[in-house]
Ligand binder design. Sequence first.
Ligand code: MLC
Length: 500
Amino acid sequence: MILSEQPGPVFVLQSRAMPESDNVFLTLSASFADHPERCCLRCPGAADWSYAQIDTLSGRMASALLQRARPGDRVLVQTQKSPEGVALYLACLRAGLVLVPLNTAYTDAELAYFREDAQPALEVNDAALQQLCLEACHYDCAETAQVSGDAVAAILYTSGTTGKPKGAMLSHGNLASNAVSLHTLWRFEKGDVLLHALPIFHVHGLFVALNTAFINGSTILFLPAFSVEAVLQALPEASVMMGVPTFYTRLLASDAFSASHYAHMRLFISGSAPLTEQTFTSFERRTGHRILERYGMSETGMISSNPVTGDRLPGSVGFALPDVQIRISDQEGATLPPGEIGLVEVTGPNVFQGYWRKPDKTRAEFRQDGFFITGDLGYLGDDGRLTLVGREKDLIISGGLNIYPKEVEQCLDTLPGIEESAVIGVPHSDFGEAIIAVCVSDDVLDQNALNDAIASRLARFKHPRAYIQQDALPRNTMGKVQKSALRERYRDWFLDGNAV
Ligand code: MLC
């Protein structure tokens, strides 16, 4: 069943797609008809899905969706990773509907916020997705909706500094430019097989991984989630893998990971969180492969990448993608010369259309001349190579998932016994960074009890991995909590064996 249908006029038949339509589905599916029988999605222990099957299901699903929603309407999706979920993604593109994918870890309270903010015409959970597949059988494939390049294709929620997530609107043109650039830049070739162990509710697993593979007509080894065992089983059949750094540290930690697994690998790609030099070097020593690190974010898709041929340098996120411009600025927006550290700003066909219904926030994050202020700090080399050195924003990246401290602090500060809290990210060997909550409290802080107390409001990955009691929080003369001092004090907390 489809939930939360909103009343409104039923959509009447669309016109045939005009050749000049900028619908990204046309770009992604351009070669589908050349290899209809080729395996598109291979899931362990299940039958393969051919390109023709995915094409047909998504086309019919688009028709079914259009019985309930009109182009431009939002479709809120919170489902487990599945081939049907991939078909739903393509169906939304084909129908001109705006996909709003959500992390399956979100609680009902978080979901309520997204529902309120996105005002979806439809909500799809796992049961609804099954129902949609059944209904789809009764339809022909919808014609591909005619949209302009700046029409919104998806809204991806990213946490905000103020504590409430903001919806980044990505257009058909944004997705197309990234897909085409990355497909070329990473030299996808005939016969490439992609190992896919990422979730499909983020830019990385949804757009970067799936779209490049679709353009290439690649078979995708589609794992329901990352596990070392499943990846080791699938790797011998793969030639390209994309992952967050945690994937690579976990593989390195496995004694079973050996030459037979990567004999046919062409490219290991990493993103969504900083890849440490140590991981890069250990991986090269172990496998002979230099992991290709690239840089992006929900608002911009991919921004830069190390090259496939040429030097992949640890610590550098490479060169701007074609048509993308990167500059480094000071706080006032003046451009800084190569070598100087400042704000990383970006413009290009990859940059999003703004935050959904938040014009003020959108304005605040763009310069007058259209450059988007990423919030990351870095410098450019004389050759244009970008190196990131930190973040201006208070963001924590744990296992490739973004967490804004404010959201967690606001939640903790409502708990009885906690006077105030400061949430920080500190180094963690598995997740890269993990969360600590430094709390002012007279009570003994019981981690399990506190996490239970916030469990209905915050997804599990946002829960602090340690609670530390202090009499007061360090503040500067303006009264602002000095997070950097806390990060410094507790920097070795998990490395010293305090990990949970
Ligand atoms: C899971 N947990 C996490 C977590 N993932 N906690 C903190 N950070 C995370 N990332 C929780 C689980 O709920 C569980 O809670 C406990 O940690 C242990 O789980 P696990 O089994 O060890 O974790 P696992 O399920 O294996 O997941 C780890 C992971 C996963 C790294 C494989 O998080 C993952 O796939 N991350 C990728 C995220 C991603 O796609 N990011 C791209 C964003 S796009 P409990 O209850 O058991 O204690 C983007 C743009 C760009 O950033 O450039 O790409």
